[in-house]
Design a protein around this ligand. Structure first.
Ligand SMILES: [Zn+2]
Length: 63
């Protein structure tokens, strides 16, 4: 049994499961300049981000 979740990268439905679930660290949000950028995007420290396989691969692929 899987579960449905919306990808935070492309809004597609991840089924039977998201590829990647990750969480912003509170330390990052409190100390990094990018934490403010993410807050402006509507994220909060401790939020869980869900990514589908394509978005996870695109995000983690070496440049
Ligand atoms: Zn996606």
């Amino acid at each position: 049994m899987g579960y449905k979740a919306d990808c935070d990268g492309c809004d597609s439905v991840c089924y039977p499961a998201p590829a990647l679930l990750c969480q912003f660290s509170p330390e990052f949000f409190r100390t990094a300049k990018l934490g403010g950028v993410l807050a402006d995007m509507g994220y909060e420290e401790g939020d869980t981000v869900t990514l589908c396989g394509e978005c996870a691969t695109r995000t983690l692929k070496p440049k």
